[in-house]
Design a protein around this ligand. Structure first.
Ligand code: THU
Length: 155
């Protein structure tokens, strides 16, 4: 028997110490929260991807009165990237939230989104960086999606 431990490496940038390229993507994600349709949860999530070409694409969550039909911002973003920019490598994704809710910690992708981000990374065969914008303008940086989903499902 062996008892093993996994740890998740990440970098925390305080608000006054966020590198320019990361700040641009996080500001785009924050701006994308205005594209969210979230009248039921009032939890407006924005997600922005930077492609290898440098182009930045935005997505936001989209809710429905039939609650299980709600789409997360990350899923909306990945869907439009796949259909509108097929084969283009995603370098990084930033995620931000605008809400009246009191956030407990930083808003991080749900389990389902992690699985989708993980598969997008596997499909392109290159890491996708992830930046989460904190409430104070601070940023949590992850080197790739697999770090956020240990033992992710693969077929
Ligand atoms: N949501 C996202 O957009 N991404 C996540 O990773 C978690 C949750 C959305 C879904 C729903 O519209 C709202 O946030 C509250 O759960």
């Amino acid at each position: 028997m062996s008892e093993l431990t996994l740890s998740i490496p990440y970098i925390h940038h305080s608000a006054n110490d966020v590198p320019g390229e990361i700040e641009i993507l996080c500001l785009s994600a924050k701006q994308a929260t205005s594209l969210s349709y979230a009248p039921y949860s009032n939890f407006h999530v924005g997600a922005s991807a930077r492609l290898a070409s440098g182009k930045i694409i935005q997505g936001a969550n989209m809710e429905n009165a039939a609650y299980p039909q709600c789409l997360c911002a990350e899923a909306v973003l990945l869907g439009s990237l796949h259909s509108q920019y097929p084969g283009q490598r995603i370098e990084a994704i930033g995620i931000a939230v605008t809400t009246d809710h009191v956030l407990k910690g930083v808003a991080a992708p749900c389990g389902s989104c992690r699985q989708q981000l993980f598969e997008a990374e596997n499909r392109q065969g290159a890491p996708i960086k992830l930046y989460l914008l904190g409430a104070e303008g601070d940023v949590y940086e992850f080197a790739d999606m697999k770090s956020l989903l240990p033992f992710g499902f693969v077929l």
